[in-house]
Design a protein around this ligand. Structure first.
Ligand SMILES: Nc1nc2c(ncn2[C@H]2C[C@H](O)[C@@H](COP(=O)(O)OP(=O)(O)OP(=O)(O)O)O2)c(=O)[nH]1
Length: 220
């Protein structure tokens, strides 16, 4: 069974590769702000990340169905629930520094929404969504450590301005819940969602690696 990863996230790709799955990657480029706006003010963190994941998976499923008539498309979205606010990637050094000023020495919840769209005989046939929540306890980096971390650029491109499996790992005291969920794709939750649509992990392992797009060779 071919898995199509509807994500630009290197972290999600790394989680799947380490777990024995070589997905076809097709980035959705969904307008996340538009999806959030449509949900309205009262949306919960769970609803928000699940709606974003579903929008990504649906977009890619519609796009790949003809070329991949029998596949499963996986979309995901990760955000941090911090002081009653759901935050994504900080995008700037000042924003990332502000996040760390809030979360150093405290705990916050990393939510990742997951959506699977099954494509059968060239058409989307089933979809399931779910979310996982992992509590993350942060230590207090020194000023010098924080400024060096910010200068590395890593915290700017990830939800919550930290990584568990990268430089940010020095500053995570511990977690309660699934670690792969923090990185960007919860393997146990994805497995449960796959089972809901009749797919076992063994079927993913059996899929041949996708053929890389041929790069036209320059004329001799
Ligand atoms: N390596 C690593 N990446 C993390 C960690 N926490 C969050 N991230 C990354 C995973 C995602 O790439 C990013 C969360 O942003 P999104 O969920 O919007 O996904 P992204 O924009 O990267 O790609 P996509 O929207 O799925 O095409 O943050 C972590 O602990 N480790």
């Amino acid at each position: 069974m071919r898995l199509v990863l509807a994500s630009a996230s290197p972290a999600r790709l790394a989680v799947l590769r380490a777990a024995g799955v070589e997905p076809l990657v097709d980035v959705s480029d969904v307008d996340e702000d538009a999806v959030v706006a449509e949900l309205g003010e009262g949306a919960t963190p769970e609803d928000t990340v699940s709606a974003l994941a579903l929008a990504k998976a649906r977009t890619v499923a519609a796009r790949v169905a003809a070329a991949e008539p029998d596949c499963v498309v996986v979309g995901a979205d990760s955000m941090l629930w911090l002081d009653g606010e759901l935050v994504g990637k900080p995008g700037s050094v000042d924003a990332a520094r502000g996040r760390w000023d809030q979360m150093a020495g405290r705990a916050a919840d990393l939510f990742t929404g997951h959506a699977l769209v099954r494509v059968t005989e060239g058409a989307p046939s089933r979809e399931v969504t779910g979310h996982a929540r992992t509590a993350v306890a942060f230590t207090e980096p020194t000023t010098a450590e924080l400024e060096a971390y910010l200068a590395s650029g890593e915290p700017l491109a990830v939800a919550g301005a930290f990584t568990l499996d990268g430089r940010g790992g020095w500053f995570v005291e511990g977690i309660e819940g699934d670690p792969s969920n923090v990185v960007g794709l919860s393997l146990p939750l994805t497995r449960r969602l796959l089972a809901e649509i009749g797919i076992g992990v063994d079927a993913l392992w059996a899929a041949p690696a996708p053929v890389p797009p041929t790069v036209p060779t320059s004329a001799p």
